[in-house]
Design a protein around this ligand. Structure first.
Ligand code: PMP
Length: 296
């Protein structure tokens, strides 16, 4: 449920009730998909909600918007403050936060000056759920960074993502994994991808992926506890011999994968390095036990 009668959101300096929301039906964003967004998560702690890597997410929102020549007249620090007010006004502790930049009316395919910054929050279970996932290699290709800047959360990417997820679901899978035009694995429609082999983790390099904030966090946790992480290109065929695989993302957190293309991974999820990282992430980020950290 994205909003209820009582839900309040932020729009260009004002706090509005969700049921009073109005938009311009001639928005360039609605017609042509010009805009940017991001997704953050807040977790309950003894001292109130903590937002996971808030500055990095809002800096990325600025970066994504700048790639479309859109100026956001709020600093990342302003946006962090607004996010905290948003949580408090909606009495949310564990929540997903969606800042979204959209544009005014324009029928041209060029820069539009009227910019709207919306921020909403709602309770949201882990995107991709908690069960191990059945994944298929998508027949849709991930756009190359030469067609759409890969390191941004601009809307164009998500047309491709929706097509890939819809295809996977229609074929009885939970999620898709996309290859680039050279046949190398890139990422899921809304999350980064890792596989594990002989206690080493492999993940596609920056280039045709969104190099996620969770991906960077997981890489640093793995290295901290002595595991090697290799960023390299690999094909779907190489996954047949993998011990395990998982997706990472702010909304998905760490989501384990059961099978790819109907082929189950050899190891039990609970016996993998990936699972240790899953527990570590849960303890540090989800349960916010940064200081008292011990690996379960
Ligand atoms: N790739 C794509 C295409 C995504 O939409 C996301 C979600 N933002 C990610 C990767 C993961 O990024 P992050 O860990 O920063 O949420």
């Amino acid at each position: 449920m994205y909003f209820s009668r009582d839900n309040v959101f932020y729009l260009n300096g004002k706090w509005l009730n969700a049921t009073d929301a109005m938009g311009n039906l001639f928005s360039q964003t609605l017609h042509y998909g010009n805009g940017a967004f991001d997704g953050l998560r807040a977790y309950a702690t003894n001292t109130g909600p903590q937002i996971f890597k808030a500055k990095q997410h809002f800096d990325r929102l600025h970066y994504s918007a700048s790639k479309m020549s859109i100026d956001i007249d709020h600093t990342s620090e302003d946006l962090i403050e607004i996010a905290h007010q948003l949580l408090s006004k909606n009495r949310l502790n564990n929540a997903y936060i969606r800042p979204l930049v959209y544009l005014g009316a324009d029928t041209e395919l060029s820069e539009t000056k009227e910019v709207f910054l919306l921020m909403a929050a709602w309770e949201w279970e882990r995107y991709l759920g908690s069960d191990l996932l059945k994944v298929m290699i998508s027949s849709y290709e991930k756009p190359s960074h030469e067609s759409i800047p890969a390191d941004t959360k601009i809307y164009g990417h998500y047309t491709n993502s929706i097509l890939a997820t819809m295809e996977a679901k229609s074929k009885g899978f939970d999620e898709a994994l996309l290859l680039n035009s050279d046949g190398y694995v890139t990422e899921g429609p809304g999350a980064n991808f890792f596989y594990e082999k002989d206690e080493v983790l492999y993940t596609p390099p920056a280039g045709d992926i969104l190099p996620g904030i969770t991906r960077a966090t997981v890489i640093s946790y793995a290295r901290e506890i002595g595991y090697k992480v290799v960023e390299k290109q690999f094909t779907a065929e190489e996954l047949v011999d993998a011990d395990a695989a998982f997706f990472t993302g702010t909304a998905a957190e760490i989501a384990g994968i059961k099978s790819i293309g109907g082929h189950d991974f050899a190891m039990d999820w609970e016996d993998t390095v990936a699972y240790s990282l899953f527990l570590m992430y849960r303890q540090r980020v989800v349960n916010n036990e940064y200081r008292d950290f011990t690996l379960v």
